[in-house]
Ligand binder design. Structure first.
Ligand SMILES: [Zn+2]
Length: 183
C-alpha cells in the first residue's frame, strides 16, 4: 500500500477496518504492533515512536471512529452528528494546544508536542485533511467504509480499490443480471 493512492496519509488510519459492508467491526490490524506499522508506512509517525499500549490503542480507535463519522458525512455533503463532531473538535483542540510551531528556512510546520504522542499526531493530521483544498473530493467507497480523495476525471471513482471492492461489486452485479435474465 502506498501512502498516496488514498490522497491523504490520515486516510490510511481511518481505513484500518476490513469489513466488507458498512459496518466497522473488524480491525485490519491484529495487534498494536501491526497498527504502529500501518501508521509508520503511511508517514504519520516515526518508526522510533513506541508502540501504543492497550489503553492508547483504545483512545486511537475512539478518535478513528469519531473522525470517520464526521468525514463520512463530509463525503456525503451532509452535516455530521454533533456528538462526533464535538469529539473530533476536542481532540484537535488539545493537539493544537500542545503543538510545536516550527519556522525553518521559510517554511512553517506544526508538529505534536512531546506529551501528546501518536494521538496528537493523528489529530493534527486530521486537521490538515479538514483544511485541505481537495476535501471536497473526499469520497466513501460504495461497498465498504473506506475513504479516499477522488482525483480522477470523468464519472468518478466508486470504490476504494478495484482489487478490494470494485471487482467483487461487479461480480455481484453480473450474478444479479444473470439471475434476472435466466428463465
Ligand atoms: Zn471498498
Amino acid at each position: 500500500m502506498t501512502a498516496t493512492h488514498l490522497g491523504h496519509p490520515i486516510l490510511h488510519f481511518l481505513n484500518t477496518v476490513c469489513d466488507d459492508g458498512k459496518q466497522r467491526h473488524k480491525n485490519s490490524f491484529r495487534d498494536a504492533g501491526a497498527l504502529h506499522h500501518v501508521l509508520v508506512g503511511a508517514g504519520l509517525i516515526e518508526a522510533t515512536q513506541p508502540v501504543p499500549d492497550r489503553g492508547q490503542v483504545q483512545s486511537l480507535l475512539l478518535l478513528r471512529e469519531a473522525a470517520y463519522a464526521v468525514l463520512s458525512a463530509v463525503a456525503a455533503a451532509q452535516t455530521p452528528d454533533r456528538e462526533e463532531a464535538l469529539m473530533l473538535e476536542t481532540a484537535i483542540k488539545a493537539a493544537v494546544q500542545d503543538a510545536r510551531l516550527q519556522f525553518t528556512a521559510g517554511r512553517f510546520g506544526v508538529s505534536a508536542g512531546p506529551l501528546g504522542g501518536i494521538h496528537d499526531q493523528l489529530a493534527l493530521s486530521l486537521l490538515d485533511l479538514l483544511r485541505a483544498d481537495d476535501l471536497g473530493r473526499l469520497r466513501e467507497c460504495q461497498r465498504c467504509t473506506h475513504l479516499f480523495i477522488d482525483n480522477g476525471r470523468g464519472p468518478g471513482r466508486r470504490w476504494c480499490a478495484m482489487s478490494r471492492c470494485g471487482n467483487r461489486a461487479k461480480a455481484a452485479t453480473f450474478r444479479q443480471r444473470r439471475r434476472a435474465t435466466s428463465p
